[in-house]
Structures are given as C-alpha cells and as structure tokens.
Design a protein. Structure first.
Length: 273
C-alpha cells in the first residue's frame, strides 16, 4: 500500500505542473458559476428548488466535460513515460504494474474530484447567496459529485488503456478525442437516428433501453435527471423500461471503472519500455 501511495504522491506533484489540471479547475468553476446564475431565473415563477435546477444544468455540462478531463489526464500516463524514458526506471523498482497503475489512478481521480468539488461548491455558494440556505435540498448536489467521480474513473481507465496500447502520446491524444466524440456525441446521435427510423417498434422497446445504459455517460445523465423525466422516459420505452431503471444505471456506472481499469492493466502488462 505504501508503494501505491508513493506513486500517487509523485503523480500529484506532476499534476501540479500540468496545464490540464489548471484548465479543468477553471472550466468547472467558470461554467458552474455561469449555469448557476443563468439557470436560476425560472425558479421564482416555477416554485422549484433552485439548487435542483442548477444541478440539472450542471449535469448536462458534466456529461461533456468530465469524460474529457478524465481522458486528458490519463492519455499520456503510460505513453508519455515511455517516450520520456521514465517508464523503464519505474519498472526497475520493486513495484508491480498493478501498483503503478493504481497509484496513477488514485492521483488522477483525486485531481478530477477536486475540480468537480470546486465547481459544485461554487454552485452551492452562489445558490445560497441568491436564495438563502432555507429549504434547499443538497442531496442532488452530493449525488452529482459521487456519480461524477464514477464517470471520471471510467474514462480514466479508458485513457490508460489507450495510452498503453498506443505507446505514443501523439497517437494517444488523437484516439482519446475520437473516443470522447463517440461516447458523448455520436453515440446518442446514433441512438436517436435508430429511434426515429424504428418509429416505436421492437428496437425502441427491447434494445434501446440496454444500449442507453451501456454508455456510462448516458447512465450518469439518467441518474442525475429529475425523477419525473426519467419516469416519462421509462414509460415511453414500454416493458423494457426496467433496463434503464436506477439499478441498471448504477450497474453500468460502477462496472465501467472496474472494466476499464482491468483492460488498462492487461494492456500495461504487454508494454515493454
């Protein structure tokens, strides 16, 4: 365990000089503040919890931003060290490759969690400043933070896998951008096109719910959507709606980090410095 903590400490020192860390903090803080201030406009007339409105807006932002941050933090974790020649030195230490990978993962997850916490803390602070602390529900904010960590962990593992397979940072950076586009943009567009073409047929009622929660970004979005919206979605896809229920969403969101890290470990085992 001490060896894992040593790797984690080293990666945190490297992260302090990494421009992606500063960029992540700025982006999460800036967009969270803007969405909180802009999204609170209708709460007075609709009579809804202003913190819930702000959380819903930030969920949409997080679906795009958190996977990107996770991939940018991890794409050169192995390929970058191989190019700089430091990976050969790391492998001479009495550390297993699993310990090295776990240390990197914990450090990067801590950095990502800090960026998310800063953004959500600004959201809570601005909401309290505008509306006061009375009658606010903080559970949606806490749920968003915890599920954001799970989503980020999944894409960290995906980034490590790509980094180990590509072995060159230039190639890895291009691949992670493609992966990000597929997972957060093209995947949903493909499902939408299939729904339109199916027109309420068997695909909509059988395969669609499973394909929806198979993507960790969509599972994260569904978990953090208002309950009424998720209920409408489930009723609209018929008998297979249970696939997109909370159990399916949590299973997808929690299974992806484990699967991605396992694949990263398998790929890392084949890397020769």
């Amino acid at each position: 365990m001490m060896s894992v903590l040593a790797i984690m400490r080293l990666e945190l020192l490297i992260a302090r000089r990494n421009m992606w860390v500063a960029t992540s903090l700025i982006l999460m803080g800036l967009f969270s503040s803007v969405l909180t201030l802009a999204g609170g406009a209708p709460t007075g007339t609709l009579g809804v919890d202003p913190l819930l409105v702000a959380t819903t807006s930030i969920t949409t932002l997080s679906v795009y931003l958190i996977p990107l941050i996770g991939l940018l933090l991890s794409f050169d974790a192995i390929a970058g060290e191989a190019e700089r020649g430091t990976l050969a030195l790391s492998l001479t230490y009495p550390l297993s490759r699993g310990e090295i990978l776990l240390g990197k993962f914990l450090a990067h997850l801590l950095v990502l969690g800090f960026a998310v916490a800063v953004g959500l803390a600004l959201t809570a602070g601005l909401t309290i400043w505008k509306y006061g602390a009375a009658d606010l529900s903080y559970w949606p904010l806490l749920k968003l933070f915890l599920t954001a960590l799970a989503l980020g962990a999944a894409f960290l593992g995906i980034g490590y896998t790509i980094s180990a397979l590509a072995r060159q940072t230039g190639v890895a950076s291009g691949i992670v951008i493609i992966i990000w586009l597929i997972c957060v943009v093209l995947y949903d567009l493909g499902l939408l096109g299939a729904l339109v073409a199916d027109a309420g047929g068997s695909f909509t009622k059988t395969l669609f719910p499973w394909l929806l929660v198979a993507n960790p970004a969509d599972a994260f979005r569904l978990i953090n959507m208002p309950v009424e919206t998720v209920a409408t979605l489930a009723s609209g896809i018929g008998a297979a709606g249970g696939a997109s229920g909370l159990a399916g969403q949590l299973t997808s969101l929690l299974a992806w980090p484990v699967l991605a890290l396992f694949l990263a470990w398998l790929a890392f085992r084949r890397v020769e410095p």
